[in-house]
Design a protein around this ligand. Structure first.
Ligand code: NAI
Ligand code: NA
Length: 396
C-alpha cells in the first residue's frame, strides 16, 4: 500500500518500511565512514530497535564486526497495518548484517519478563556461547514486575512543587505555558520501578548466573542530565529519581561482576528526538533551541554520531574509560558546554510562538520526528507501493 504519516498526539500511527530501512542504511554508512573500533565481538543490546539502542547495535556490528543479539518490544505488521518503526528498523538491520556476513538475531518481547531473559540466555548458549558487551537501552512507560506481578506506570512529574514553564507543541509550533502538579510517593516508586536499575541488575544477575558473560564483560546503560530549565520535570523530578537509581545500580552490578572482572557503566547522553523524549513536556522546546545552536557551532549529533563517539572515544580507546565525579561516562559534553547552555538559557526567556521558527530549529525537530517513523527520508519514493507486511525472518 501507499503509506503516509498518520499523527495522533505525540505519536505517529504508521511507519514506512523503506524509510526505516534507509534510516538504518544511513546509520551503517556513517559508522563505516568513521573507521573500525576495537570493540566487543559478541554484543547483547536490550532495547535494540530504535534510538540509542539501535545506534549501539549498528556501531557494534559495523564498527567492530560484532555478532549481535537484539531484544525489543515492537508491533509486527498486520494486513493493512504497518509495523512499529523499530520492527522495520530491525528487519533492515538484520538484512544488512546478513549481507555483511555478520550474525544478528532478535527477540521481540517484554524485556522485563523472566521469559524473555531465559529465551535470550538460551539463544546466547546455542549460538554465541558468551557475551562481552551488554547495552541496556530500554525506554518504557510501563513495567510488569516479574516477581510481584504489579504493573508499574512511570510518570513525568515534579517532586514537591508545582512546575510551570514554557513548552512547545512541535506539530503546531505553538509555545504555551504548561503546569504540572507534583507527584505523590507512589509515583516516585512506580517511576523508579520502570526506569530505575532493578531490571538492569536482574538481567546482569541472570546472564552471570547462566555463565553467558565472558571474562571482562562490560555493560552500559544510558542516562540523561540536561539543563536547569528542564530540571524540575526531568533530573529533579520522578524520572530523575529513576536515573539516580540506575546510576547507583552500576556500582552494584560492578561488584557482582568482580569474579569475572566485569564492569558496569552509565553513559550520560545528549538530548535527542526519539519517541521517548518527544512525550516529555518542556523537552521539545529545549531541544529545538539546542539543535539550532549546536548546528550553528557544528557540534550537533544524532543518535548514531553520539554512540559512535561513545564507543570510539570513551569505551574502546585502549586506555581507561574517563568518568565524572559520580563515575559516569559523559558524552553529553558538547550539549552541556557552558557557552551552548548560556545561549539556550537566553533564548528560552524570549521564546514565543512567533519567534521560535527563527530562534529555534523547529523544522529540524519536526523532520527528525518524522524520520523516526521512516518519513521524509531522502531517496525514498513515498508515492510507490510499499509492502508493509514484510517480516523479520527467524524472529523469536
Ligand atoms: P527509544 O524509545 O528510541 O527506544 C526504546 C527501546 O526500548 C526500543 O528498542 C523499544 O522496543 C525498547 N523497549 C521498550 N519497552 C520494552 C520492553 N518492555 N521490552 C523490550 N524492549 C522494550 O528510547 P531512547 O531515547 O533511545 O532511550 C533509551 C535510553 O536512553 C533510555 O534510558 C533514555 O532515558 C536514555 N536517554 C535518552 C535521551 C533522549 O534524549 N532520547 C537522552 C539521554 C539518555
Ligand atoms: Na533505545
Amino acid at each position: 500500500m501507499i503509506i503516509e504519516p498518520r499523527m495522533r498526539g505525540f505519536i505517529c500511527l504508521t511507519s514506512h518500511p523503506k524509510g526505516c530501512e534507509q534510516n538504518v542504511l544511513n546509520q551503517i554508512d556513517y559508522v563505516k565512514s568513521q573507521g573500525k573500533i576495537a570493540g566487543a565481538k559478541k554484543v547483547l543490546v536490550i532495547g535494540a530497535s530504535t534510538g540509542f539502542g539501535l545506534a549501539s547495535r549498528i556501531t557494534s556490528a559495523f564498527g567492530s564486526d560484532a555478532a549481535t543479539i537484539g531484544v525489543f518490544f515492537e508491533k509486527a505488521p498486520a494486513a493493512g497495518k504497518t509495523a512499529s518503526p523499530g520492527y522495520y528498523n530491525s528487519l533492515a538491520f538484520e538484512a544488512a548484517a546478513g549481507r555483511a556476513g555478520l550474525y544478528a538475531k532478535s527477540i521481540n518481547g517484554d524485556a522485563f519478563s523472566n521469559e524473555v531473559k531465559s529465551q535470550t540466555i538460551d539463544l546466547i548458549k546455542a549460538d554465541l556461547g558468551q557475551i562481552d558487551l551488554v547495552i541496556y537501552s530500554l525506554a518504557s512507560p510501563v513495567r510488569q514486575h516479574p516477581v510481584s506481578g504489579v504493573l508499574h506506570r512511570s510518570v513525568l512529574k515534579p517532586i514537591g512543587d508545582t512546575f510551570s514553564d514554557k513548552t512547545v507543541d512541535f506539530h503546531t509550533g505553538i509555545v504555551s505555558e504548561v503546569t504540572i502538579t507534583p507527584c505523590n510517593d507512589e509515583d516516585i516508586e512506580n517511576t523508579v520501578a520502570v526506569m530505575g536499575g532493578e531490571d538492569w541488575q536482574m538481567w546482569m544477575d541472570a546472564l552471570l548466573n547462566a555463565g553467558v558473560l565472558a571474562d571482562g564483560a562490560m555493560t552500559v546503560a544510558y542516562s540523561y542530565i540536561g539543563p536547569k530549565v528542564t530540571e524540575p520535570v526531568y533530573r529533579k523530578g520522578t524520572i530523575g529519581m529513576a536515573k539516580d537509581h540506575l546510576e547507583s545500580t552500576a556500582f552494584k552490578i560492578t561488584e557482582g561482576l568482580a569474579n569475572i572482572g566485569g564492569k558496569a557503566f552509565v553513559s550520560v547522553n545528549k538530548a535527542l528526538v526519539t519517541q521517548a523524549s518527544s512525550a516529555i513536556p518542556v523537552i521539545p522546546l529545549y531541544i529545538s533551541l539546542l539543535y539550532k545552536i549546536m548546528k550553528a557551532k557544528g557540534t550537533h549529533e544524532g543518535c548514531i554520531e553520539q554512540i559512535q563517539r561513545l564507543f570510539s572515544a570513551r569505551l574502546y580507546t585502549n586506555g581507561t574509560i574517563p568518568v565524572d565525579e559520580k563515575g559516569r561516562i559523559r558524552i553529553d559534553d558538547w550539549e552541556m558546554d557552558e557557552a551552548v547552555q548560556k545561549e539556550v538559557a537566553e533564548l528560552w526567556k524570549g521564546a514565543t510562538t512567533e519567534n521560535l521558527p527563527g530562534i529555534g530549529d523547529l523544522n529540524g525537530y519536526k523532520s527528525d520526528f518524522l524520520n523516526l517513523f521512516g518519513f521524509g527520508i531522502d531517496g525514498v519514493d513515498y508515492a510507490a507501493e510499499a509492502n508493509e507486511l514484510v517480516e523479520i525472518p527467524g524472529l523469536i
